[in-house]
Ligand binder design. Structure first.
Ligand SMILES: Cc1cc2nc3c(=O)[nH]c(=O)nc-3n(C[C@H](O)[C@H](O)[C@H](O)COP(=O)(O)OP(=O)(O)OC[C@H]3O[C@@H](n4cnc5c(N)ncnc54)[C@H](O)[C@@H]3O)c2cc1C
Length: 441
């Protein structure tokens, strides 16, 4: 009999993604990787992905002294899902409307879609305001349906979204010939277009960490928090292999791994699903003036799709195979069969231009895996953990973190400073509660 999967700390031997391989000179990458931890810090953020980095940023912006904030990261900075995704900020909750409405009702489902739209604007404004060099580029995105089943599913979701009062501003619908002509795929059945962005997620997060560090925030990498115990004066003690830290306020930004420190989040309540992404060096077909200007989700069945974009930096093609490759915390390698599937699929979708020969060095570059953290009711856990006063969580983004974190983190930081939930402007269904866990147990 196999033992059921238990929550796990991040694997120290996790692989490097394309995003990691192109940012190795980040000065804080392995910051304080051998030093003992400070004895205390009023604020402790666990996890240095986009959620943890932005939590530090928002706390500093709200007036907390940077020196009162400590980030603890199990591996190098930005080693988790933020550094392993497909490089997209793509608000698309309208196409999951039916599922969200089944779990939370149409009003909440609408609010989820609005939140993703808002995040897109928040991220865009943030990058513009701070001139963050992270290749953030607005692009037309397409959901391309290659079967009548996927087209019907998408039409159903959008129909229910509109019936509930959802706005179609900025969303274009193409059917039949129009879909084929717009996307260039002869077998497209339907397509939906709207605006999204491609970005280098590690460059964005590294920039935020640098900003926070310049204001005094301390970062300890390769320093997993292994347990948290109650202190004597209502504070908490974080245990790490390099010492203990006493803290008054803790934010769990640990994504799929949150259950290690919060046992109430069993693997059922926070399920790690491994996804795989490939990078391909473009041939003449997709380099120079022929780069793919839009981003795409190519839907071949109800559960599976291929995610495609070309980076604005070096033109690398990022091709994600969006289907579960297993229930695991292992991000250390990749599956060769999926690499082969990706290469074959890409070749079938985009045949070489006439007379273009493949050059040595073009084609498959690299592959990596990363964890998507799913919750039973498909929305993240956000806010205070009432049974552990002083501890907060922001995790479980169901593969939509890039489209949620810029709204969820400012919300959590407001809550840490005594604001009411209503002040966060977040969907009520995102709020963490024991009742929510019991309802889905
Ligand atoms: C293949 C793939 C494709 C994706 N596609 C999309 C997409 O198209 N759109 C979208 O919106 N989102 C997408 N996502 C999801 C998105 O990347 C995540 O939701 C987001 O990056 C989560 O950020 P985070 O900071 O919460 O978590 P992470 O980036 O995972 O950061 C958590 C950090 O916490 C650290 N940590 C964990 N436990 C401990 C501990 N006990 N002590 C210390 N440190 C700890 C980890 O090492 C990690 O660095 C995708 C993810 C993957 C893997």
């Amino acid at each position: 009999m196999t033992t059921p999967l238990q929550p796990s700390l991040p694997y120290p031997n996790s692989s490097l993604s394309y995003w990691h391989r192109t940012t190795r000179a980040f000065p804080l990458l392995n910051q304080n990787d051998t030093k003992s931890v400070p004895a205390s810090s009023p604020y402790a953020i666990i996890g240095a992905g986009l959620t943890g980095a932005l939590s530090a940023f928002e706390l500093v912006e709200s007036g907390i002294a940077g020196t009162d904030i400590l980030i603890l990261e199990a591996r190098e900075a930005v080693s988790g899902s933020t550094g392993r995704n497909a490089g997209h900020c793509r608000p698309d909750a309208f196409r999951n409307f039916s599922d969200h409405a089944t779990h939370h009702g149409p009003e909440q489902a609408l609010k989820i879609a609005e939140t993703e739209d808002r995040v897109f604007t928040l991220m865009k404004n943030f990058v513009n305001k701070h001139q963050v060099p992270c290749e953030f580029t607005l692009k037309q995105t397409y959901d391309v349906c290659f079967t009548s089943e996927t087209a019907e599913d998408e039409a159903k979701n959008i129909g229910e979204y509109v019936a509930a009062g959802g706005k179609m501003d900025g969303i274009q619908v193409y059917e039949g010939d129009e879909a084929r002509q717009k996307t260039g795929f002869d077998d497209a059945v339907a397509a939906y277009g709207w605006t999204a962005a491609s970005l280098h997620p590690v460059k964005l997060t590294q920039w935020i960490l640098s900003f926070a560090a310049e204001r005094g925030v301390r970062l300890w990498t390769h320093c997993p928090v292994t347990t948290i115990s109650q202190g004597y004066q209502g504070d908490w003690i974080l245990h790490t292999p390099r010492g203990k830290i006493t803290s008054q306020k803790i934010v769990h930004c640990t994504n799929a791994h949150a259950g290690v420190l919060l046992p109430q989040l069993s693997v059922r309540q926070l399920t790690p699903i491994r996804g795989q992404v490939q990078s391909l060096v473009p041939s003449r077909t997709h380099s120079g003036g022929r780069v793919i200007k839009s981003t795409m989700a190519l839907r071949t069945s109800l559960r599976n799709f291929y995610a495609l974009l070309q980076t604005s930096g070096d033109g690398m093609i990022i091709f994600g195979v969006a289907r579960s490759t297993g229930l695991t915390f292992d991000e250390s390698g990749y599956d060769d069969e999926i690499v082969k599937e990706a290469i074959d699929k890409f070749g079938a979708l985009f045949p070489l231009v006439k007379n273009a020969e493949s050059l040595q060095g073009e084609g498959f570059d690299h592959a990596w895996t990363g964890l998507l953290a799913f919750t039973p009711d498909r929305v993240p856990y956000v806010g205070p953990i009432p049974e552990l006063p002083g501890q907060y969580i922001c995790a479980g983004f169901n593969g939509h973190g890039m489209a949620n974190i810029f709204a969820c983190v400012p919300g959590v930081v407001k809550l840490m400073q005594g604001a009411a939930w209503e002040d966060t402007n977040l969907p009520e269904c995102y709020r963490y509660s024991e009742e929510r866990l019991k309802a889905e147990d």
